[in-house]
Design a protein around this ligand. Structure first.
Ligand code: SAH
Length: 225
């Protein structure tokens, strides 16, 4: 997979890719991530990429021309499965969407800033709009990092233990069961006996039961799906 990320502050987004699973996925060649500084596509002497809103009102708007130049250059080099705009009014990111995107070949992600992008950018180039939740961030960079993390860990082969993503929350419309590691007892709090029993099938049954219990208590809404 290849991911191209377009931003006015690309330095803001680089560090999440420099450690842990995302770094490993890049090093092992499962994903290739490229950052593009939108200012390099500005035709303005001051590298300006934003301007005042037509009709008045607070907040600057990202201009269509530099974004067009950047996106068109990338599109001339390869085909993209999706050109994603991070936006609070986009489709809310969930595990189903992450699974779906993890199977793609080339993705482009546009991070907004200031008041957002000129509507014509969305009309002309964007194929998918994604929100990471019902709150407003200062820019799309952190959202793009969240999206990439959710996608990249699902690319087959990225996680060391192949099955570990399958037992994560949301994969079966269920939350994960409780997990424990050593010691078996800590300050009087014991690990459930069943997990120490060595009885694989019973452990699985216990986990299924706890996952269902937890989901009913905390997120009954996802069970309905
Ligand atoms: N005026 C816009 C918010 C702009 S915030 C509005 O009210 O809808 C600036 C940028 O941050 C946006 O262009 C978008 O790229 C990003 N952003 C903000 N909140 C986000 C969210 N919840 N999910 C994804 N991106 C978000």
């Amino acid at each position: 997979m290849r991911i191209d990320i377009i931003s006015v502050v690309p330095d803001l987004i680089k560090s999440p890719f420099e450690g842990s699973i995302m770094q490993r996925a890049i090093k092992k060649g499962f994903v290739d991530v490229h950052f593009h500084n939108l200012r390099e596509y500005s035709t303005n002497n001051y590298k300006k990429v934003d301007d005042y809103q037509y009709g008045g009102g607070a907040g600057m708007v990202m201009m269509v021309e530099p974004i067009d130049k950047c996106i068109s250059k990338l599109k001339s080099e390869r085909d993209y499965d999706d050109i994603i705009y991070m936006s609070p009014d986009g489709e809310r990111l969930d595990q189903r969407q992450a699974n779906h995107l993890s199977l793609k070949g080339n993705l482009m992600i546009l991070c907004g800033h200031y008041k957002g992008v000129d509507q014509r950018v969305r009309d002309l180039f964007i194929t998918k709009e994604i929100s990471i939740g019902d709150y407003v961030l200062s820019g799309g960079e952190l959202g793009a990092a969240v999206l990439c993390d959710a996608i990249i860990r699902l690319i087959p082969g990225v996680l060391g233990d192949e099955t570990s993503a399958l037992t994560d929350c949301f994969q079966d419309n269920l939350l994960s069961p409780p997990i424990y590691t050593r010691p078996a007892e800590y300050k009087g709090h014991k690990v459930p006996d069943i997990l120490l029993s060595g009885h694989k099938q019973k452990v699985e049954e216990w986990r299924d039961e706890k996952a269902l219990e937890r989901t009913k208590a905390l997120r009954p809404d996802i069970l309905d799906n």
